[in-house]
Ligand binder design. Structure first.
Ligand code: ZN
Length: 166
């Protein structure tokens, strides 16, 4: 069992609001024009499927990030927040944020400590992404939350498929 501290009721309802907002009205639900990479992520445990596209400049900056697909509110909200957080950031920063989100979702780090792991410019993004930390009690949901991130990492690695079954 996870040793993660239980969320307070206030924080839980804030997190639910953020996930419902992004789950119902996802940002960047499209294909990136002139994308330089594209990868599909598949989470058979839940039935989530997302395709992430991104345009990376020669200097390694993510000029645009978007996604398409179908899935539960958590996977869609995670993809939506990811696309918002990473547009204009470097691929190296994307990897840092992936690690931070992974640690948040698996309960390796508490939300109040995760900011120290990412560049200061991503502080607001990580505040929102902390909403995903509620999944840590539910192993299947962890895969929903991390799926779009696995897809983005595959995309940036030049692979076309991502799986949460690793
Ligand atoms: Zn799901």
């Amino acid at each position: 069992m996870s040793a993660a501290a239980p969320l307070t009721d206030d924080l839980r309802s804030l997190y639910q609001d953020i996930i419902l907002d992004h789950g119902k009205s996802p940002r960047n639900l499209r294909i990136v024009e002139h994308h330089t990479c594209k990868a599909q992520g598949n989470n058979p445990m839940c039935g989530d499927r997302v395709t992430v596209t991104a345009r990376v400049s020669r200097a390694g900056m993510l000029e645009d990030v978007a996604f398409e697909g179908k899935g539960c509110a958590i996977s869609i909200a995670s993809a939506s927040m990811m696309s918002e957080a990473l547009a204009g950031q470097s691929a190296a920063t994307a990897k840092q944020l992936f690690d931070a989100v992974h640690d948040l979702c698996t309960g390796k780090i508490e939300a109040e400590h995760v900011k120290a792991k990412v560049p200061a410019a991503l502080g607001d993004s990580i505040d929102k992404l902390a909403a995903l930390s509620g999944v840590r009690q539910f192993p299947v949901r962890v895969k929903c939350a991390t799926l779009p991130w696995h897809a983005l990492m595959s995309c940036l690695d030049g692979k076309t498929q991502a799986t949460t079954e690793k």
